[in-house]
Ligand binder design. Structure first.
Ligand code: GUN
Length: 294
């Protein structure tokens, strides 16, 4: 039997409508419009698309948004100056530094310079620490938060379940594992993290009641790695050759979707699964930051 499709696009639209209503209320009651500033340094084509999608989503939901598009030659001091200015700009409640940054930039120093109270990506060590401790005040990183929200709002039980996270990045794998192990609603799971050095990785993945694939390898997760009925979340965004497309390529995830959907109980598509949820969570975190500023 074919798996239930977890439609991130549809859910993200519902959430963005909810945010739009809250943004209107905040403006009426307190005269505040939540504002997001995105910094895009360099000419990574995927980053350009992500940032323009984020700005478009802000416009639709009534948030103020600014995008700083800077050349790849921008130096560390110039980037730090922009961040310091945005930290003290009262119209801006969220600051996002799009990753990856050009090679000559010290990413850690930049992420540290963003005020933790405006760090809507949840990348500042203060927010990472708050997340690990399980403090409500933290901004949770948008992709793991989007996945958790997708599970909860689709009624997927996580308590006591075995969640297998594939990939150990700071943006997805590590925070996802921490969030799912918390003593909290939408969590309370037993978590295993596997990665490129994991032995017998197929056997480990097969233990998962919920499998979250986030290692950036096109169609790595095959049908025989999935326990029948498991929930499969695909974070991958890979371009692969496809002669039937005008561009000669198509997007695909880290999961061999057509085969895995015949084994899984539920699955996210690519595109239309995790990606739109990430953007909705960015708006949600910016709204949260604006409310915190009251
Ligand atoms: N690059 C890939 N994913 C993300 C994200 O969630 N936030 C930022 N700032 N950069 C990214």
């Amino acid at each position: 039997m074919s798996a239930r499709i977890l439609d991130g696009k549809a859910l993200s639209e519902t959430i963005r409508d909810e945010i739009k209503s809250e943004v209107m209320l905040l403006k009426e009651k307190h005269g505040i419009v939540p504002g997001l500033a995105a910094i895009l340094a360099g000419d990574n084509p995927a980053s350009r698309i992500y940032v323009s999608k984020k700005a478009e989503a802000c416009d639709q939901a009534g948030l103020h948004s600014e995008t700083l598009t800077l050349p790849a030659s921008t130096n560390q001091v110039e980037l730090l100056d922009h961040i310091h200015r945005l930290n003290s700009d009262s119209r801006i409640h969220g600051i996002l530094v799009q990753l990856p940054l050009p090679d000559h930039i010290n990413e850690n120093e930049l992420l540290l310079s963003v005020s933790p109270e405006k760090d809507v990506d949840g990348f500042h060590p203060v927010n990472v620490g708050r997340m690990v401790i399980g403090k409500e005040k933290s901004f949770l990183p948008c992709t793991p938060l989007g996945i958790q929200t997708l599970l909860v709002r689709n009624g997927v039980e996580t308590s006591g379940k075995h969640v297998v996270v594939i990939g150990r990045s700071n943006i997805v794998g590590k925070p996802m594992a921490i969030m799912m192990m918390q003593k909290a609603a939408g969590a309370d799971a037993t978590v295993t993290v596997c990665h490129s050095r994991t032995r017998n990785i197929a056997d480990v993945i097969r233990l998962g009641d919920i499998v979250i694939a986030a290692m950036g390898k096109a169609q790595f997760v095959k049908a025989d790695m999935i326990k029948p009925g498991a929930v499969v979340i695909d974070v991958g965004m890979n371009r692969i050759p496809d002669a039937t497309k005008k561009s000669g390529t198509r997007l695909c995830g880290d999961v061999d979707y057509d085969a895995v959907k015949e084994v899984a109980g539920a699955i996210t598509p690519v595109p239309g699964g995790v990606g739109p949820m990430t953007i909705a969570m960015l708006l949600s975190n910016t709204l949260k930051s604006a409310k915190n500023s009251l």
